[in-house]
Ligand binder design. Structure first.
Ligand code: PRP
Ligand code: MN
Ligand code: MG
Length: 181
């Protein structure tokens, strides 16, 4: 079978580079939350890899929960109007919530999600994202942990998809033009 990585025009970050950065973020989070138990919230489906790797690189006690959300309306992505497809199981009252995301693009999804979770009485809500596109961000959003700032290109791999594919790539890169054709 054809190797999925053959569809990349360029690798931006290798598996090793991602692992290294995730470990650094995990160590920082362990230090920052010392004495407080974190509830990691993953946003399906893109956050599957960062949740798995970040949580295993952390050494403190933590719990994990998941949400699935979807933009809706005109059909354009990230309209800013978000619908909950699967809500958290956990009660957030007095919890220290850390949202884990693969990428902040326009920021509309997380801006909405952070406000939504903040309304549930948590002790704190912070955001950890592996990638952020500073040129694409449309809303002012306070993000405590950012792995890498990347150029405004369509990237796939490590949870990030194109038409639901490429999430299983262990590196992150830019799709080759022939994929769209
Ligand atoms: C992607 C990505 C983020 C969001 C970022 O999710 O995983 O969750 O878009 O975009 P924004 O900053 O412009 O709101 P997507 O909606 O593609 O769902 P997925 O995680 O299932 O791929
Ligand atoms: Mn997502
Ligand atoms: Mg997606």
């Amino acid at each position: 079978a054809k190797d999925v990585s053959a569809d990349l025009k360029e690798v931006l970050y290798t598996k090793e580079e991602i692992d290294q950065r995730v470990r650094e973020m995990a160590a920082q989070i362990d230090r920052d939350y010392e004495g407080r138990e974190v509830l990691l919230v993953g946003v399906l489906k893109g956050a599957c890899m960062i949740m798995a790797d970040l949580s295993r690189a952390m050494h403190s006690h933590l719990t994990m929960d998941w949400m699935a959300v979807s933009s809706y309306g005109s059909g354009t992505k990230s309209s800013g109007v978000v619908r909950i497809l699967k809500d958290l199981d956990a009660d957030l009252l007095n919890r220290h919530v850390l949202i884990a995301e693969d990428i902040i693009d326009s920021g509309l999804t997380l801006s909405w999600l952070k406000a939504n979770l903040e309304s549930r009485g948590p002790a704190s809500v912070e955001i950890c994202t592996l990638f952020r596109k500073p040129e694409a961000v449309k809303v002012d959003i306070d993000v405590k942990y950012v792995g890498m700032d990347i150029p405004n290109e369509f990237v796939v791999g490590y949870g990030l998809d194109f038409a639901e594919k490429y999430r299983n790539l262990d590196s992150v890169g830019i799709l080759a033009p022939h994929v769209y054709e």
